[in-house]
Write a protein that binds this ligand. Structure first.
Ligand code: TRP
Length: 450
């Protein structure tokens, strides 16, 4: 089916859009919370190792396959396959990715809705509307439903606008502001009482925990989630990159930026937890585990902002605004997965598809909200801890074993004629073929039987 495909207009635009996808709630809500509940520095260390040694190579597999095929994951995996059977298995994996992306969006929209509610609550504070402000920050089904719907509507709006107008323009503007705000907040939090205790937890590893299977599998899930891997998102973003682009380089830039922001967010959230603890907020249960992981940052950050007096309202407003935007630039990359598939495989109109898929996901989100206690955590675990790494494994197998090596090299040469002389070509192909799949499987085996 011939459709005009969108393309990113510049390297900066792509790096911003791909980092816009990567940087989101995973960095600022997911990673610090996981670090806080999995032993702080031990988690940080394992996360860093896995992000560079497994997630980056897996990201490259998606980007390269995507750019080669200039198509969604289903057609792309078919295209690199030598025969029908392997092609169909690839297509099935692509469809599984599309379902996982939709499920991820269904819980992501809930948390993103909280960000918007907290942002509006700061505005209500500024206007002296205390009751409204309180309602906005209190956990209730109505509030959750309303803001999930508002968030999904924003998403549908951006995605219907397409690649350059929607995805690229938004990401390029807001990412730099997010980075600066985070850095300033970190500097501030470190001046407060209790912050050093948090810093210690974040930076001094307890080596006895590093080999815990639970910690390793959580860190793997976290790294894959943070880089938007294993559902075909990065494959699609790769498909919108120009042929002249040097892929290993731009992939590396995205990885470094993403990890940097997660680590930076840790420097904010862990100290902020101990600052809150210091001023009497209960964070841990008697047994030492976190009281509520999902809403941790929604407890400790407002506490932190409250220490700043009236300035705190402005800071809170800026912070939650940026988080809402970061959530939009990430979630549009999830919605793009099923949408690109429907447009390219079935020739359906972009606007129509976006609305239909968006509404379906909003309905799933509503089901999760109405059964919050039993479904929310379960969907997160199923998608991020299991499905993403397993599908990432499949992408590595297709890049390493299924795709012909000469064609792969040809693809890489497009943006970088001398690549066969460089380190990337000497290491990555066998690495993604052998090391990545084996380690991913080993981590799984250990977490199941270990
Ligand atoms: N990486 C994003 C974050 O850290 C979330 C995200 C965007 C994502 N697209 C994805 C996660 C696709 C998994 C799959 O918030």
């Amino acid at each position: 089916m011939a459709v005009t495909r969108g393309e990113f207009s510049s390297r900066f635009g792509f790096v911003m859009a791909a980092s816009g996808s990567a940087v989101g709630l995973g960095n600022i809500w997911g990673f610090p919370t996981q670090a806080a509940s999995n032993g702080g520095a031990a988690f940080l260390l394992v996360y860093l190792i896995l992000a560079f040694t497994l997630a980056y190579p897996a990201l490259m597999a998606e980007l390269i396959i995507g750019r080669h095929a200039h198509a969604n994951a289903v057609s792309a995996l078919r295209l690199v396959s030598p025969n029908r059977l392997i092609g169909n298995i690839g297509a099935l994996a692509g469809i599984a990715g599309l379902i996982v992306a939709s499920l991820i969006l269904s819980f992501y929209a809930i948390v993103a809705g909280w960000m918007i509610a907290f942002f509006l609550s700061s505005i209500a504070d500024l206007l002296g509307m205390e009751k409204l402000s309180l309602w906005l920050v209190s956990f209730s089904t109505w509030r959750n439903l309303l803001f999930m719907l508002i968030f999904m509507t924003l998403n549908i709006g951006v995605i219907s606008a397409g690649v350059q107008g929607g995805i690229e323009r938004w990401s390029a503007r807001l990412m730099p502001v997010l980075l600066t705000t985070l850095a300033l907040l970190v500097v501030y939090v470190l001046t407060l009482d209790g912050a050093m205790e948090g810093l210690r937890v974040y930076l001094l590893p307890d080596f006895s925990q590093i080999l815990s299977p639970r910690l390793i599998i959580n860190a793997l899930g976290s790294a894959f989630f943070s880089l938007s891997l294993g559902v075909g998102t990065m494959l699609i973003y790769g498909s919108y990159i120009k042929d002249e682009e040097n892929l290993p380089l731009v992939g590396g830039m995205v990885t470094v930026l993403d990890i940097l922001i997660a680590v930076l967010a840790g420097f904010l959230v862990l100290p902020a937890m101990y600052v809150a603890l210091h001023s009497g907020v209960e964070i841990f249960t008697e047994s030492g585990s976190l009281i509520s992981e999902d809403t941790l940052i929604f407890t400790v950050l407002p506490e932190l902002f409250a220490t700043m007096g009236i300035t705190g309202i402005i800071v809170s407003l800026t912070f939650f605004f940026l988080m809402s935007i970061a959530a939009v630039t990430s979630s549009i990359s999830m919605l793009e997965v099923p949408v690109a598939y429907a447009i390219e495989e079935h020739g359906i109109d972009r606007k129509l598809t976006t609305v239909a898929v968006g509404c379906t996901i909003a309905a799933i989100s509503a089901c999760i909200l109405l059964n919050f206690d039993s479904l929310f955590g379960a969907v997160i675990t199923l998608t991020t801890r299991y499905s993403q790494p397993l599908l990432g494994f499949v992408f590595c197998i297709y890049a390493g074993w299924v795709w012909r090596r000469d064609l792969l090299l040809q693809e890489l040469r497009k943006g970088n004629p001398d690549i066969s002389e460089g380190l990337f070509w000497k290491i990555w192909p066998w690495y993604v073929k052998l090391v990545c799949p084996v380690i991913i499987l080993a981590i799984f085996a250990q977490s199941i039987w270990g």
